[in-house]
Ligand binder design. Sequence first.
Ligand code: ASP
Length: 289
Amino acid sequence: MPHVVCHGGSASNPEDGDAPRLASQAALDALAQGKGALEAVVLATTLLEDDSRFNAGTGSNLRFDGKTIQMDASCMTSDGSFGAVAAIELVKNPILVARAVMATPHVLLAGDGATAFARRCGFAEYDPATPAAKERLEQLISVAGPLGEWSRADLERAWNFETPIRVAIGGDTVGCVAWDGKACAVASSSGGTTLVLRGRVGDVPLPGCGLYAGASGAVAVTGDGEFIARSILAYRAHAELARGCSPEEVVAWSLGQLDEAVDVGIIVIDHTQFAAGARHQMAWHGCAT
Ligand code: ASP
């Protein structure tokens, strides 16, 4: 039976679970109307990008200069098709541009080239900055600035806001996995982590790192992108599915792969089941017909 799971990012607030619920329901409805898994995950991801509570599309994190927003997005299907954009600027829905890249001979377009490609495809200029994202960065800089450092450990030591640091700087990247009865697909979109330089690219647009779809299922990972990328976590999680582990077992296995200080969350589907989990907290929803 078709099934779908959406997440709102590692450390996202479970109280914002209405968004992944609506997005996964919309994806499931699309499957019921005969659309394929790829169209369903792209639709769900677009809805989550348009929700300014999440760090993807509208509401994306600002870079260290307080002005620049650079976003990553990608999608993949179980037949090996892959399309991604990295550090794209001034577009409303990076996932739609990633979907368009899939239809080219390339797998990944980055920076100015990705933005120029988006314009050629007809995606209008759009500023995804929101007052809440600006405030988030100002809060962080007010703590990080006096320290002269910007590592996560320094921030954690100095944090003096009521909102726990994990919630304040939480990932909030979005992602979706779906099985349409014949094929799997996965999509993911992110404004990146906080306090990062211009040109920084996370795990989201890297196949096998932030996401993977293959013959055994589909996986989307969220959290500290550098750690996720170095461990090629999504590919290895899919390999666990391929050797017969259930989605629930794969979630538990994946969360154990990274150091305890690393933020990580994951959603996994195979052809019959789905599961999700995060080291801290994560808004997510799964549904099946
Ligand atoms: N993995 C994303 C990145 O590092 C962030 C996230 O998942 O929240 O860009």
